[in-house]
Design a protein around this ligand. Structure first.
Ligand SMILES: N[C@@H](CCC(=O)N[C@@H](CS)C(=O)NCC(=O)O)C(=O)O
Length: 214
C-alpha cells in the first residue's frame, strides 16, 4: 500500500489515516507531496483526480478522503478492532468522527495544524471558542464513559480523527479540563505521533497562511 500525504508539519488530514495505519501496524510506503506549491499540486493530481491528500493506493484501488481511508483500514484489519465493539459505542464513535470530519470550520481556519509552532498569546474569537467548547464536551463525555485511556477505551478511528486537534490544542495552548488535558498529552506522547513530530521538525517548507500572527 502507498499513502500519499502532505507536509507532516501542516497536513492535518494526512495525519489521520497515517496514525491509524501505524496503530494497526500496517506496512505501507509514504509518498510525500509538498503542499501549497505548483509542483505539489501537479503531483497530487497524478495520484488522485480529487487533487487532495491523503490518498491511499492499495493495488488498483485508489481511495481519497481521510475518513473513507480510515474506514477502509478498519475493515481491512482483522486481528484488532479499530472501532468499538459494542454497537452503541460504535455508533457514538462514528458520530464523533463524522462531526470532526464535517465540522469545526472556525477552529480549523483560525488554528491551522502546525506541529513545530507554539503560540503563547492566542485568544480564540467567540466562534472558535464555541468549536473548542464542543470538542471538549465530546472528549469529556467519551472519556468519562469509557474510563480511557483512549476515547473508546482502546485506540479507534475516533482517536485518529482527533489527533490533529490534540496537536492544535498543544500549539495554541488551549486551556482544558483534566480529562481532556490528559487525553491531549497522551495523544502527543503516543509513539507514532512522536515519530510524526520528529519528521515535521526537520521539514523546512513554510506555508505562510498556516503561520498565524498573534
Ligand atoms: N476531505 C478531504 C480533505 C483533504 C484536504 O483538504 N487536504 C488538503 C491538505 S491537508 C489538500 O490536499 N490540499 C491540497 C491543495 O490545497 O492543493 C479529506 O478528508 O481527506
Amino acid at each position: 500500500m502507498k499513502l500519499v500525504i502532505g507536509n507532516k508539519n501542516y497536513s492535518s488530514w494526512s495525519l489521520r489515516p497515517w496514525i491509524l495505519m501505524k496503530h494497526a501496524q500496517m506496512s505501507f510506503d509514504e509518498v510525500h507531496v509538498p503542499l501549497d506549491t505548483s509542483e505539489g499540486a501537479a503531483l497530487i493530481r497524478q495520484w488522485c483526480p480529487a487533487g487532495r491528500v491523503p490518498v491511499l493506493h492499495d493495488g488498483p484501488l485508489v481511495l481519497w478522503d481521510s475518513l473513507a481511508i480510515c474506514e477502509y483500514i478498519a475493515d481491512k484489519v482483522t486481528d484488532r478492532s479499530l472501532w468499538p465493539e459494542r454497537p452503541d459505542e460504535r455508533g457514538r464513535a462514528r458520530a464523533m468522527s463524522a462531526e470532526m470530519h464535517s465540522g469545526f470550520a472556525d477552529m480549523r481556519e483560525a488554528m491551522p495544524m502546525n506541529c513545530r509552532r507554539r503560540v503563547e498569546a492566542f485568544k480564540p474569537p467567540l466562534a472558535v471558542q464555541i468549536d473548542i467548547n464542543r470538542i471538549v464536551q465530546l472528549f469529556e463525555d467519551a472519556l468519562q464513559q469509557s474510563g480511557g485511556p483512549w476515547l473508546f477505551t482502546h485506540y479507534s478511528v475516533a482517536d485518529a480523527m482527533f489527533a490533529p486537534v490534540a496537536s492544535r490544542f498543544h500549539t495554541y495552548r488551549v486551556n482544558l479540563p483534566t480529562l481532556s488535558r490528559q487525553y491531549v498529552d497522551r495523544t502527543l506522547q503516543d509513539p507514532p505521533m512522536q515519530d510524526w513530530y520528529a519528521a515535521a521538525a526537520v521539514e523546512t517548507a513554510v506555508i505562510e497562511h498556516s503561520e498565524i500572527n498573534v
